[in-house]
Write a protein that binds this ligand. Sequence first.
Ligand code: MTE
Ligand code: MO
Length: 450
Amino acid sequence: MNRTEIEREERALVEKVLKREDVGRRRMFEVAAWSVVGAAAASALPASSAAAQAPAAPARRILQKDDSRLLNMGATVRSGQYWNFKTWITPVEEFYVRNHYPTPTADQKPELDPRNWKLRIHGNALERELTLSYEDLLKLPSRTLFATMECHGNCRTLFWEQQDMKDVSGGNWVMGAIGLAEWEYVPLSEIFALAGLKPTAKALLFWSGVDGGGDIGRPVPMREVLSRPDDIGLAFKMNGNPLLPDHGAPVRALVPGWGGAASIKWLTELKVADHDFWVRLNTKGEVFVGPDYPRPSFSPNDEFRNVTPDDIKGPMVEWMPVKSTLTVPLVIEKSPSLPVNYPLKRGELPILAAGRQTMRGYAWGPQFGVRKVEYRIDGGPWREAHIRQPNLGRYTWVRFDFPWDATPGEHVIETRATDNAGNTQPASVPFNLYGMANNAIPKFRIRVVA
Ligand SMILES: Nc1nc2c(c(=O)[nH]1)N[C@H]1C(S)=C(S)[C@@H](COP(=O)(O)O)O[C@H]1N2
Ligand SMILES: [Mo]
């Protein structure tokens, strides 16, 4: 599509909105952004105002995700439509899915049936070996925690779009590989109370071995585990319901605040040892590879599962950094791929009606919590956005908003979050081959029409 065609289509869309016609899912973000004072704004909200008046639907247990609320990026990888996010807790249907292989279900893998499921807990840094059934696990004291889960590759798009780093490889998540859920889990402190933790413990391995090639698991150093043994654990519920197959049913690891890769799904083994572990996801995948990232050292006594010392390419990604996004689709121009069903065509700008708008977004800094969010328009001064409650600090995100008198023409809006330790989003992030953990200030281009 060339520029004239794009402009013609945008014009047609604006006319539809003004005539109160349904503009469809593809343009939903605009409907959301148009929730402002004024008659034109009110006419743009037929779907959500109808929903507000409708009687509450009966509670329904969702067994399969509603795929229409996700964007397909590949056979196994699905992104949330972040420009449509409105809620503080992300409904499970809208929650991104990141698998290295197709989702395994109890039909193909009987060991995932809660009646068969077992977790082997062992290793030379535990006093005794245990095997827990699903029923055993549910009898242990559990806790709930609100936490975001975010893929390391979320916002990878910024490397291509804003930093011209063509060599970065990986899926084009844009900003949709994050969600916030209420997790119910048995804390590791309870497991250690049963199995007895020895002072020699150096690392813990969460292992699945169930999906695909049987090579998926990830270690967590004991220094990290011991800094928060009540927060890291074995999760069996998400938003009050048992886990769905896509999210690791029946039991997954929960390492809140670290990139999603640490939270191993379809968990079957927990090993605690006096040595380090090297597996696919801390050697050649889910690691920082680039000139600014030294290769970690290893010891010959370490345990290598399905990998060799030559596979160690860079340090593993741990905490996710402080970030923010507007609920406006980022323009995709230079990225190697476009997610299927992305609401904009390549190079197309989202459009907004001129006038007084309320711009909305999300900000997170899981290690310390969000202190403030700022925005600036067309390179002007930074101003503080309004942070909506709840702001529960550590592990959670916040919603923010700010008013904007949108004038016709093309504009750039940037957002910048700062966490409670004073970390602020940078203008750019050093190159890393797999495009991990980009928290650069995003630039949202918007076309405002009269
Ligand atoms: N067994 C297993 N666990 C896994 C993965 C996987 O492919 N296999 N992917 C990891 C990655 S990279 C992420 S980002 C999160 C995604 O969790 P979600 O699909 O529930 O959002 O799961 C992690 N746990
Ligand atoms: Mo991930």
